[in-house]
Design a protein around this ligand. Sequence first.
Ligand code: F6P
Length: 483
Amino acid sequence: MASTHGAHGILVASNRGPITYQTQDDGSLHAKRGGGGLVSGLSAIGPDADALWVCAALGDGDREAVRRGVGEDGVRMLDIDAEVHADAYNGIANSVLWFVHHMLYQTPLEPVFDAEFRRQWDAYRAYNRAFAEALAEEAAEGASVLVQDYHLCLVPGLLRALRPDLRIGHFSHTPWAPVDYFRMLPDDIRAELLDGMLGADRLAFLTWRWATAFLDCAAEIDPERYRVTPASEASRSVEHLDGAAPARTLVGVHGLGADAEFLRARSHEADVEERIVALREEIGEGRRTIVRVDRTELSKNIVRGMLAYRQLLDDHPEWRERVVHVAFAYPSRQDLAIYRDYTAEVQRVADEINSSYGTPGWTPVVLHVKDDFARSLAAYRLADVALVNPIRDGMNLVAKEVPVVSDEGCVLVLSREAGAYEELGEDAVSVNPYDVVGTARALHEALAMQPGERAERTKRLAAAATALPPAQWFLDQLHALEA
Ligand code: F6P
């Protein structure tokens, strides 16, 4: 019988792909390419590997591109029904799974797992099934499939049922919830999630903290079916006691690092130099800077960062007029009301600080909300202090990027709840992200640090931050899956 299998030996699956299309006024499609670890990883394996990236069409431009047959070699965009996608992405992935793993619920009133939740869960299932079917169609016999993130937790199990010959890996870019928080999910849903993930041959996380949380969930929630054992020095294993395939799932860690070569080159290009000049003007002569760069994401804790800055101005009035908080809060997930409200709150608190403390020659908070990568790099280069204070974060690459491009050394004020803390904590000034008074104290300590110590720490931070560059991070996962 002729094989109905596809031709690709390596496949990547993620909700957001490497390219996105926008329809122009004249009806033509404009393609915009993204960056990030997966893009570098796939370019590192070269064109001969015949890799395929399966992703979702996200906006009207993407859907139009699929319909017109416009696309890139090596990318397959899935035109999943827009409502199904919205329910899966906004409803389940970003409003439930993201909230569970980042512990974002205000629990007296939420979550409420009602009939509407069940309806959206069906969409999440259908959306995962669409990915599994596309991967099953495209993968060559025995191919390696690297599934990404919380959007696609069910794909490994669904794909294994369709194609038991494949090697299936899943990588979580987020934290994983502690077992008591994960238990909030309805019993059948959390079982479906675990079974979906554990359909993989190998699961990987950004730090051991998140990997261990996952293993705790598997072991404690379903001990009849899953047993956790050490597999090697660098990995653990979940044995499947019910005889279902695979017989075991390996669990490992790959701490994505910053791309030093790219960042150092990119941050000295002309557009970045221009933005440095403009930023210096906004900041004012001779002032220190506390810089933050984030998506306006609930877990990033931008508001408490500003409250800590205000506390600093109260506790240490000697810093007034001598420091500026440069905050870049770029739009994210604006389909969700809670993100729009949060964005408005960031703006409100910044305005409030500026009107209470500002003077004719000094704007205490310089807030920019329009995404501009060159300006972010400019801010990284001139930062005296970088504030990275998330409530909870898978890794946080800003914490890793700033020390790499900093011109004169930068003190990193880092939340102990960021994944990056595992590697950078020793040379950062650490903070409890909820403690605004403590964060103000940390900002003062950071601003007052002597240049020699600051430079030494920055050097060590940059070395730790670049230990696993994106291309190697990707190859390590692939090799571990193929081993
Ligand atoms: O930070 C975790 C993560 O899944 C990243 O991998 C990804 O960049 C982002 O969250 C997803 O964001 P969005 O909803 O904008 O695609």
